[in-house]
Design a protein around this ligand. Structure first.
Ligand code: UD1
Length: 416
């Protein structure tokens, strides 16, 4: 079931329930390591990355099992400090276990996570921040050993608001002795979610969600129940799918309060967006209006939705410029969109110009990464005729069931 077949060209109409957030559930699951008791994390999406995180937690000694609506993690018996190679290589977000395990055991041995298809993704910001908190890094046999005799608070200024580094600093800071003052922190909603979970467990964190976070470390933590919010990126994927295909859809539980820049862009593209407590209603009259889009750290437009806008604007009514400022290799779907008849000029690694065409046509496509792959499925929904997307295991890393969701929105999409 690695491929998806789409019979496109139909206006969307319907309602889809938005799954729990991948980027919020992963650091929250990592944080359960710090607790040393049982926690229940509800609304975890059943996606490949969460399954990988569950395996990793088990390999470290946690008792972990799924319940109908979430995951129970008991971290009373964490013994191992070495993370299995495949898990670290396969999932960048296993990196948030670095801060959590350091906080719990004072030592971590792991492979260097390495680059990935959307860009280099170094970990220098994580390492220099943790070094300021007393962590020493040594390298042996291609592995990194991180160890702290006494993890202590520090004043850390991040030169770039890295989401993962901010999470690691918070996770280590909660366990450290004394106060950590972090400036230049990432402001993504997932940071706030992680802090809310930790505070529910007894931690004291101020300012999460702003660029200055203060962590009063060393508090005794207890297990807690927690509910993961809905996934703003999954909601945005279907939102721009609707803007590109036309139609009316309701995205149940979509977290509108975390999607200001996304909803603004959707409106600039001609969508009518109506927000209620239950979710987001979108009405898209026809081909999208062109926009100038620049991705940026939150509250700017998320890089994870750049390819969804690119796909929709491939059939826009004019000329769209997109600048990608976060990752250096995030226009991998351009070649596949061209196969569908899209007219896209890529001037360098970070800039494309899209001259919208009236009709995209179905084609054989290949997902090369998670968000780009989902955008190709959306493009197939917008195009006339049949499309076939291969390599969909990337998509299943982040989407519980993209075929079911698009079907509920009226599209003809099946996994084959
Ligand atoms: C997280 C999200 C990912 C999203 C990204 C940016 C998760 C699991 N993943 O990834 O979906 O696309 O935020 O919103 O939450 N960088 C460095 N050195 C470092 C760390 C990062 O140079 O030590 C650079 C990266 O190469 C990249 C930029 O900073 O160019 C942003 O990375 P970061 O915010 O850390 O993203 P992730 O946490 O990896």
């Amino acid at each position: 079931m690695d491929s998806i077949r789409i019979q496109g060209g139909i206006c969307l109409q319907g309602k889809a329930r938005i799954q729990g957030s991948k980027n919020a559930s992963l650091p929250v699951l990592a944080a359960t390591l710090l607790v040393g008791e049982g926690s229940y994390i509800g609304n975890c999406p059943r996606i490949a990355d969460v399954h990988s995180m569950v395996s990793l937690l088990k390999s470290l000694g946690c008792a972990v099992y799924w319940q109908e609506t979430g995951i129970v993690v008991d971290s009373s018996n964490v013994g191992k400090r070495e993370m299995p190679k495949e898990a670290v290589r396969g999932m960048r977000s296993s990196l948030c276990l670095l801060g959590a395990l350091l906080g719990r055991c004072g030592e971590v041995i792991m492979e260097y996570p390495g680059g990935c298809v959307i860009g280099e993704r170094p970990i220098d910001l994580h390492m220099s921040a943790l070094a300021q908190m007393g962590v020493e890094f040594t390298q042996t046999d291609g592995k990194i050993r991180a160890a702290a005799n006494s993890l202590h608070g520090a004043c850390i200024d991040l030169p770039f608001p890295s989401v993962g580094a901010t999470e690691n600093i918070i996770l280590a800071g909660v366990a450290a002795e004394g106060e950590t003052i972090l400036t230049g922190a990432a402001r993504e909603p997932e940071i706030l979610t992680l802090s809310r979970f930790l505070c529910r467990c007894g931690a004291c964190i101020e300012g999460a969600g702003s660029s200055r976070v203060v962590i009063h470390g060393g508090k005794r933590l207890y297990g807690a129940d927690f509910w993961v919010p809905a996934d703003r990126i999954v909601a945005g994927t279907y939102l721009f799918g609707c803007i590109g295909a036309g139609g009316n859809v309701f995205l149940e539980h979509a977290p509108a309060e975390e999607m200001e820049a996304v909803l603004l862009t959707a409106e600039q593209m001609g969508g009518h967006v109506c927000v209620s407590e239950e979710g987001i209603y979108v009405q898209a009259p026809g081909r999208p209006f062109p926009v100038d889009l620049v991705t940026a750290p939150y509250p700017g437009f998320p890089t994870d939705l750049q390819s969804a806008v690119l796909a929709a604007e491939a059939r826009g009514m004019g000329c769209t410029h997109i600048e990608e400022t976060i990752f250096e290799n995030r226009f991998r779907i351009v070649e596949d969109l061209r196969k569908m008849g899209a007219c896209i000029e890529q001037s360098d690694a970070r800039h494309v110009t899209v001259q919208g065409v009236e009709t995209l046509r179905g084609a054989r496509l290949t997902a090369g990464e998670l968000r780009g792959g989902a955008a190709l499925v959306a493009a197939g929904v917008m195009a006339q005729g049949a499309s076939f997307v291969g390599g969909c295991s990337y998509i299943y890393r982040g989407y519980e069931n993209i075929c079911r969701d698009f079907r509920e929105l009226g599209a003809r999409v099946t996994s084959v």
